[in-house]
Design a protein around this ligand. Structure first.
Ligand code: PXP
Length: 246
């Protein structure tokens, strides 16, 4: 099955929020992303509502342009909205108000007690729940123990590093993806991926989808959103690429 591309549209909403306008509209962006070959739309509803708003999530869900993957932390009002809206996929992420973006993976083991009831209620509501974790075997095991059917591996460390350090991080990502797959989990990946580093990501085995936002929206400023999505989807056609021997 080809590697799917989930397009994160948070920064379309960011652009709207910085000026308090009604445009650009994430729902219109979802149509353009679909035209470029996106397989899904990802949106992060933050506690501080700095980009996506509750109404964006409702509209992205009800208009059914593409399947919605809702990223969220376990804040009670966000959980309530997720249960109301019923997205087919939910990705649980850590969240701190002062961070620029989601900076690290979820501590699924350390937060086990807080996560367990949320994972359960979202699953009972019909969502495929994924945990955004570092590529670490212990975190994968915690996801299994929590009953999450999917994980999203945090690729930020790989994407932020220089070439030499990046290769070590890629090895971690490859091992974690294989391990998660062997545990029966669906394996997604995301964070910091752009056209210049996606090739390494394509050497990670067993991936179902990549979730990519910032680089696509940034590229869209120059070439338009449909074309920016098309470029990334095109780069991903080569999946899987062979990994260098260990
Ligand atoms: N996946 C998760 C769980 C995220 O939190 C983010 C950032 O919102 C992304 C993917 C997309 O990351 P980027 O915007 O760097 O492509």
């Amino acid at each position: 099955m080809p590697l799917k591309l989930g397009v994160n549209l948070d920064h379309v909403a960011t652009l709207r929020q910085v000026r308090g306008t009604s445009y650009p509209d994430p729902v219109e962006a979802a149509h353009l992303a679909a035209a470029g070959g996106a397989s899904g739309i990802t949106a992060h509803l933050r506690e501080d509502r700095r980009h996506m708003l509750d109404d964006d999530i409702r509209r992205l869900r009800t208009e059914q342009i593409l399947p919605l993957n809702l990223e969220m932390a376990i804040h009670p009002d966000v959980v309530a909205l997720a249960l109301e809206v019923g997205p087919p996929e939910v990705c649980l992420v850590p969240e701190r108000r002062e961070e620029l973006t989601t900076e690290g993976g979820l501590d699924a083991r350390g937060q086990f007690r807080a996560l367990a009831p949320v994972v359960r209620s979202l699953r009972e509501n019909g969502a495929e729940v994924s945990l955004f974790i570092e590529p670490d075997e212990g975190q994968v095991r915690a996801a299994v123990d929590l009953g999450a059917p999917a994980v999203e591996l945090h690729t930020g460390r790989y994407c932020d590093r220089t070439a030499a350090a990046a290769e070590a991080e890629l090895v971690r990502l490859r091992r974690a993806a294989q391990f998660a797959y062997e545990q029966g989990l669906k394996v997604n990946a995301g964070h910091g991926i752009h056209l210049g580093n996606v090739e390494g990501i394509l050497t990670i085995p067993r991936l179902h989808a990549l979730n990519i936002g910032h680089s696509i929206v940034a590229r869209a400023v120059f070439v338009g959103l449909t074309e920016a999505v098309r470029e990334m989807a095109h780069a991903m056609y080569r999946y899987p690429l062979p990994a260098p021997p260990p």
